[in-house]
Design a protein around this ligand. Structure first.
Ligand code: NAD
Ligand code: RBV
Length: 445
């Protein structure tokens, strides 16, 4: 029986060809297949996954399966699925629930399908991006966690991909409501300092260009938030020739932005000068109803943070506030009242991807190489919790630095990079072992 919901199974062979291409750029995952393909450390793992169903994720799913796991998968965003990637996964008889442009209602149904309420598939591991699946399980399927110490019955661990999902896990932990141990994949250095930063450096401008074809050089861009994603997005816009302004709440990040050469000021003071506005905070309502009326005519607004509440899209979609004209999928023009001193006139502003993460809605997300770093951490985290969950308390952990360094090491040859080796004397002098780890846990990179 067909156990998938996708756009079109006919897209599978195209998906497969792109998966094979991506594999060439994902050395970490391919190395894990070589290292663990025979041993199958994920044998017995039944993973419920909720992460953008892209080509890169298809390579992750293939890796989990090659290491012995069974998986059921759904996308973690209504606009991020690459339909040919989903078709490729479905064509291999892997249950997958993902298609580009689903509704919120469809998304909620997918949450039900992936946990499989008929219970023919009991997940014992969760792999999440943003925490929607974790929340759904904790709030509605508490019994799935009940037999956590019996192998293969009951969920024993959660691994989480992104900053916003980790925030949610920590809230559960603080409230004493985290039912099993969780690994925060995001805070592996080889995840957040690479995917969030160098990934967005490539995919932020890529998305704005694909959506609008706008000339970037010379435009004024405002980036709200200068964490890892903001840093990558600002670098992306600057390298395309934009004049970048940054707004922040954190004095350290604001100082970093200033010393990276960007103007730093309050959102309120920049919003009327920006041709392009990108939110990257993981916070809500950072571009709100008052800002729309101040914006430059034809300003482009988008969000690259995980959830769609960074921009008050609900206000724009209220017919009393704005007239919406759809230009093409995920590009909408809104006619709003000008509330600057010019008053009494209307102006158009352009919203991308309905405020959902623009790089996955209007483009194809991060490139394969950087996702290989992220997903190698994901696989290592799944192996650890699947085999050693009983060693952990119901808390949020990060992978040890040795593994973080290993993930980086696996990706160096692909870039033709080699390492110096410490002499015994040098090891003693700086107090590290020859084989690492080379930094203390408090080092910030
Ligand atoms: P982060 O915590 O490193 O950075 C967020 C920054 O926003 C912080 O420096 C914070 O001080 C700032 N901020 C918070 N509220 C603000 C406000 N009102 N005004 C200005 N600045 C404000 O987080 P991050 O790792 O950069 O992630 C940001 C978001 O992007 C998260 O939702 C994360 O899950 C998501 N993410 C998206 C992608 C993608 O591919 N689109 C990749 C990685 C992470
Ligand atoms: N992300 N995935 C892709 N190409 O599959 N691109 C970005 C991809 C992830 C990234 O790891 C980030 O933490 C998460 O999407 C936000 O939902």
């Amino acid at each position: 029986m067909k156990d998938y919901i996708i756009k079109d199974i006919e897209l599978a062979s195209w998906g497969e060809k792109e998966v094979r291409l991506a594999e060439r750029e994902m050395p970490g995952l391919m190395e894990l297949r070589k290292k663990y393909g025979k041993e199958k450390p994920l044998a017995g793992a039944k993973i419920a996954g909720c992460l953008h169903m892209t080509i890169q994720t298809a390579v992750l799913i293939d890796t989990l399966i090659e290491l012995g796991a069974e998986v059921r998968w759904m996308t973690c965003n209504i606009y991020s699925t690459q339909d040919h990637a989903a078709a490729y996964i479905a064509s291999k008889d892997i249950p997958v629930f993902a298609f580009h442009g689903m509704t919120e209602e469809d998304y909620n149904s997918c949450l039900e399908f992936v946990v499989n309420k008929d219970k023919t598939f009991w997940p014992n591991m969760v792999l999440d991006d943003g925490g929607d699946l974790t929340k759904h399980l904790i709030e509605n399927y508490g019994d799935y966690f009940e037999y956590e110490n019996i192998p293969n019955i009951g969920i024993v661990g959660i691994t989480e991909e992104t900053t916003t999902g980790v925030l949610r896990l920590k809230e559960y932990e603080a409230a004493g409501k985290l039912p099993v141990p969780a690994i925060n994949v995001n805070d592996s250095v080889t995840k957040s300092k690479f995917d969030n930063k160098y990934g967005c450096k490539e995919s932020c401008v890529d998305a704005i260009r694909r959506a609008t074809d706008i000339m970037m050089a010379g435009k004024v861009a405002l980036v709200v938030g200068y964490g890892d994603v903001g840093k990558g997005s600002a670098a992306s816009l600057a390298s395309a020739g934009c004049r970048v302004i940054v707004s922040e709440i954190d004095p350290i990040c604001a100082l970093q932005a200033a010393m990276d050469g960007f103007e730093v000021c309050e959102t309120n003071d920049a919003v009327d000068r920006a041709d392009i506005i990108v939110t990257a905070t993981g916070n809500f309502n950072v571009i709100n109803s008052k800002h729309f009326g101040w914006m430059k005519p034809n300003a482009i607004i988008c969000n690259i943070g995980h959830f769609d509440n960074e921009i008050d899209v609900a206000w724009l979609n209220n017919e009393e506030n704005a007239v919406r004209t759809n230009i093409k999928p995920l590009v909408d023009l809104y006619t709003v009242k000008d509330t600057t001193c010019f008053g009494n006139r209307k102006k158009d502003i352009i919203l991308l991807a309905q405020g959902r993460l623009v790089n996955l809605g209007c483009a194809t997300g991060h490139p394969s190489f950087v996702m290989s770093c992220s997903f190698t951490n994901q696989v290592l985290a799944q192996i650890e919790l699947c085999n050693n969950a009983e060693k952990y308390e119901d808390k949020v952990y990060v992978l040890p630095k040795e593994l973080d360094e290993e993930v980086a090491r696996l990706h160096l040859p692909h870039l033709g990079a080699t390492l110096n080796t410490l002499t015994e004397e040098q090891c003693k002098y700086i107090g590290v072992k020859k084989e690492g780890p080379y930094k203390s846990d408090s080092y910030h990179y």
